[in-house]
Design a protein around this ligand. Sequence first.
Ligand code: NAD
Ligand code: USQ
Length: 390
Amino acid sequence: MRILVLGGDGYLGWPTAMYLSAHGHEVGVLDNGLRRQYDHELGAGSLVPIESMATRVRAWREVSGHALRSYTVDLCDADALYAALRDFRPEAVVHFAEQRAAPYSMIDRKHAVHTQVNNVVGTLNLMYAIGELDRDVHVVKLGTMGEYGQPNIDIEEGWLEVTHKGRTDRMMFPKKPGSFYHLSKVHDSHNLEFGCRIWGLRVTDLNQGVVYGQETPETALDPRLATRLDYDSVFGTVINRFAIQAVLGQPLTVYGGGSQTRATIDIRDTVECVRLACENPADRGEFRVFNQATEKFSLTEMADVVARAYPGTAEVVKVDNPRVEIEDHYYAFTHTALESLGLQPHLLSETLLTSMFAVIRENEHRVDLEAMRPVVDWRRAANQAPALRL
Ligand code: NAD
Ligand code: USQ
């Protein structure tokens, strides 16, 4: 298949592009380099050095023999997006290209507005481009488990049959997200579902849990093919941060009481789930939702798994929660759709963490400890610029 990966320069987009290419697909990567600009803005960066998009594409051709067509395009620039789609003529588009950090969206008004405009407008432009150019293109969109929040009922895969006052309907599952970023994903889901109803688009919304890990079979082939690993308090995700804190001999920082429970997934399963979704497209007019997460852990359990796997771990500490989150809550979610397509999940194990510890040790000299300190407070409408070094 011809598959265009939007956000193909990111943490997940780059390994996914190589994985799809290694599986025989003709792959294009599209990105506007925004994620690299956030690094400059925040004075942070990937723990593992990453190459430019041009070097990555060249290295992949040398190592695998497969070409990737690369587009430098902002999804918010509709003309450029239409031109890229006309040129590449994809059968599937995998859409990773959004501002994806909850803390970034909570810095202040400017960052909340940027997040929602970038994400919602980019997705709307994509919908219109496909609506006008070729409605058979399957959109595989990265959503997030955080769209649902932590409801006191089981989380279904996107849809819920509701009986109210004796009548029954199939509704989109109610959402209660926890940041302006997570809200942008909810808005995307609603827009995409509407596009399926009015234009007969084919959409798969992958509600993914928190991803951990840094290596996939393809990134491990050559150091130039490495994907990024974020450790700062704005973009670093929790299990990756705990692993880095363990190696650095820093306390593992559990926010709040630690009973908050989150859905998780190994990066090697992310790339496989996207392949499965692309190769088994949604029907015309179908808004299909898969919960792309394989396990759940409380924050304390995550810290304990990491601490057990790394004998030198300093300690697990509970710090004041900079976010507004519910702590003692019910959490159960259905995740059978991807498994029924053939996903064989990698579960969080000491094996994966051990390989990650080695990567972290090699690069620990690159860590700026100051960037690890949580600085974005959900309760404040405007977080102070100096603390963020913006
Ligand atoms: P990332 O920030 O590393 O990658 C996103 C890429 O999209 C970046 O390279 C960025 O430059 C690009 N991009 C952003 N806006 C763009 C625009 N307007 N035009 C063109 N390119 C643009 O993020 P990631 O961790 O790889 O996440 C990818 C997707 O997966 C996101 O949509 C995120 O919401 C979702 N997701 C991530 C996780 C996780 O734990 N990392 C978990 C669940 C869902
Ligand atoms: N947390 C800690 N200590 C830390 C960092 C985070 O306890 O040092 C806690 C947070 O309070 C939160 C949980 O860990 O309860 C997850 O935080 P996170 O930053 O790892 O993840 P989150 O903000 O939810 O966002 C990440 C990705 C986002 C994706 C989401 C999936 O950045 O793109 O959508 O995971 S989900 O959580 O399912 O919505």
